[in-house]
Design a protein around this ligand. Structure first.
Ligand code: FMN
Length: 196
């Protein structure tokens, strides 16, 4: 009774949501992806950096270029998912900071003048946004299949540039037959939380 979110929404986002490995043919529309973005863009990031960038792999030609970079066990599902999204961190996010963090426009130069600092911040904050994105996919009634089993350098070269670091690739769609493995256990509260 401690959670105020509607129990059906709790189930949709977490308890009944599963990582999908197979999908139906039902397409994922541009409108759905926009609705997901328009929701999850409000998830917090440090200085409102918002460094996540998303490449939607929609054409058959692009999909063919992607598959060889996937780990063997990730190829079939990436080939058959209705939509595949490459999630990347923008290491030059600081250029947008004066607009995104108008309370303190100097943040760009004061904190993020150095590339290694930006890379660290972008990796953390884009990963947070990737998590928001996965939950947003679920909020749209779809299933996500996030993957880090791929050749990062190969994907960066093929689809991104030196300023954009791949984070994960996400298959998206309605779950198909036998879409998920048996639910694996999660650590218990006492294993995770200590109080000081
Ligand atoms: C960042 C990330 C990377 C993952 N990489 C892979 C992968 O390369 N291949 C794969 O089959 N599953 C991958 N998974 C799926 C996880 O194993 C799965 O989400 C986890 O076991 C929870 O499954 P459940 O949502 O069905 O409970 C990945 C998940 C995440 C979040």
């Amino acid at each position: 009774m401690s959670l105020v979110l509607d129990p059906a929404a709790q189930d949709l986002l977490f308890r009944e949501a599963r990582t999908a490995n197979t999908f139906t043919d039902e397409p994922v529309t541009e409108e759905q992806v926009q609705a997901i973005h328009d929701l999850v863009k409000y998830g917090p990031t440090a200085f409102n950096q918002s460094p996540l960038r998303i490449v939607l792999v929609r054409s058959a030609e692009a999909r063919e270029r992607l598959i060889p970079h996937m780990a063997e066990g990730n190829r079939a599902k990436t080939a058959s998912a209705p939509l595949v999204a490459i999630l990347a961190a923008d290491n030059e996010f600081h250029e947008d900071l004066p607009k995104l963090f108008p309370h303190f426009p100097q943040a760009k130069d004061v904190f993020f003048a150095e590339r290694p600092v930006r890379e660290q911040a972008a990796a953390l904050n884009a990963a947070l946004q990737a998590a928001y994105f996965i939950v947003g996919v679920r909020a749209a009634g779809l299933a996500a299949g996030p993957m880090t089993g791929f050749d990062f350098a190969g994907v960066q070269k093929e689809f991104l540039d030196d300023d954009h670091t791949p984070l994960m690739i996400v298959n998206i769609g309605k779950p198909g037959e036998d879409a998920s493995y048996q639910r694996s256990p999660r650590p218990a509260y006492d294993e995770v939380v200590t109080t000081v």
